[in-house]
Design a protein around this ligand. Structure first.
Ligand code: PMP
Length: 416
């Protein structure tokens, strides 16, 4: 099948062409071609991004914002243009609402600290869900300990979907914020975020979405979904490690105190008192990762150029193809069977430990992730030691899935 949605046709020829942009896909693992199905952990980087990093260090490296000289102005322009690209990518109308962070984790910690300082008092409640990554659990637990708040958990059903009726019941006048994943990194479930947000907004409760797993797979229109905060990491969308984004509505960010002090976040400093810079700089203390932001912008342009609609459809086809093939394996059990799923498949086979499967697949050149996937409470819910997780990107192919299925059958035969 061909997908001509926006700009590019995704078929065998174009995927083969796209794969040439990703030099790491040429690597051999134990003399076998690398099959990289660990994209939910991190994605590979196209040459365009790698070359941008080299270009930036070679041609515009100079500390930003403070310089009057040519190179500093160029670097500042690149960093600020990257902010515009991010705003365009998630359809945010105000560039001041885009804050660069080190990643999703730091962005959530920023909100947990700073929103917590401004708006939370003893007895208040924060609502998260049973399918959260540790990065969207622990910062809220720290806030709860610091301020004596209560953490409330939205339960999930057998298919790995949030139970919205239970969610509704959790909201009350003490609820200060809802923080949930847009897409689960274990189950692949795409949560009904518009419903989640509109229900919270009926009670004037703001919502943070952890978009770490959504951003490479779903076209996000931040103003349409009306999220108050949205976070993601560049490395999950073909960009570099060490940089990510916090989107926050101006009305909240303006009322929140800075998260860290120093550098560009100040307006005027005296020993008696410091006043703070305006948005977004108030939340970007220290030298920002202007090389990283420039490379992130390049990654987003790369994705825009292919077109997220085409990516969504192609990855969906890969996921359905792999799920059907896996379903023929005796004793397989899937975790996350929602109809609305992203390109993530978590499973176990009989009583075989997921690590054993992962290790044998590795020997056959196939990279999958095994274990608790930084979502221990979710794994405890299923009363299992972990899962095997295969997660796809647009550079993966059905041929790779065929090799994976054959290797998996071999591994199962060895371990049974
Ligand atoms: N949330 C989810 C759902 C994730 O999958 C991840 C990364 N595995 C994170 C948050 C944390 O992202 P990072 O480590 O890039 O901060």
């Amino acid at each position: 099948m061909q997908f001509i949605i926006n700009k590019m046709v995704l078929n065998n020829q174009t995927i083969a062409h796209i794969r040439k942009d990703f030099p790491i896909l040429e690597e051999k693992i134990y003399n076998k071609p690398l099959i990289y199905f660990d994209n939910a952990a991190t994605t590979q980087k196209p040459l365009q991004v790698l070359e941008k990093i080299e270009y930036a260090y070679k041609h515009l490296n100079s500390n930003i914002h403070r310089g009057v000289h040519y190179m500093s102005i160029k670097a500042t322009e690149a960093h600020e243009e990257a902010r515009d690209v991010v705003a365009r990518f998630i359809k945010a109308s105000k560039r001041e609402e885009i804050i660069f962070t080190r990643g999703s984790t730091e962005a959530i910690n920023l909100v947990a600290f700073s929103f917590g300082e401004a708006f939370c008092k003893e007895g208040d409640e924060i609502v998260i869900s049973a399918m959260e990554h540790h990065s969207n659990i622990v910062p809220w637990q720290l806030l709860c300990e610091r301020k004596n708040l209560k953490l409330r958990i939205v339960p999930i059903n057998d298919k790995g979907e949030l139970i919205l009726d239970e969610y509704r019941k959790l909201l009350n006048e003490r609820t200060k914020l809802v923080a949930v994943a847009h897409v689960s990194n274990v189950l692949g479930t795409i949560n009904p975020v518009k419903d989640i947000i509109s229900i919270a907004h009926e009670h004037d409760i703001p919502v943070l979405l952890d978009g770490a797993q959504a951003i490479p797979h779903i076209a996000v229109d931040i103003e349409d979904i009306d999220a108050d905060f949205y976070v993601f990491s560049a490395h999950k969308i073909y960009g570099p490690t060490g940089i990510g984004v916090l989107y926050g509505k101006e009305k909240w960010l303006n009322l929140m105190p800075p998260y860290q002090g120093g550098g560009e976040m100040i307006d005027k400093v005296t020993f008696e008192k410091t006043t703070f810079n305006s948005l977004p700089f108030k939340f970007e203390a220290g030298t920002p990762d202007y090389i990283g932001s420039t490379a992130l912008a390049e990654a987003l342009k790369y994705v825009e150029n292919i077109g997220l609609d085409a990516i969504v459809h192609y990855e969906h086809e890969l996921t359905v193809y792999a799920t059907e093939a896996l379903s023929t394996i005796d004793g397989i059990k899937f975790y996350g069977t929602s109809d609305r799923k992203s390109a993530v498949i978590s499973f176990n086979v009989g009583n075989i430990h997921p690590y054993d499967i992962g290790m044998l697949l590795d020997k056959m050149g196939i990279a999958v992730r095994t274990g608790h996937h930084c979502a221990q409470p979710l794994i405890d819910f299923y009363e299992i030691p972990g899962t095997v997780r295969a997660s796809f990107a647009f550079y993966n192919t059905k041929e790779e899935i065929d090799v994976f299925i054959a290797a998996l059958k071999k591994a199962i035969a060895m371990l049974s």
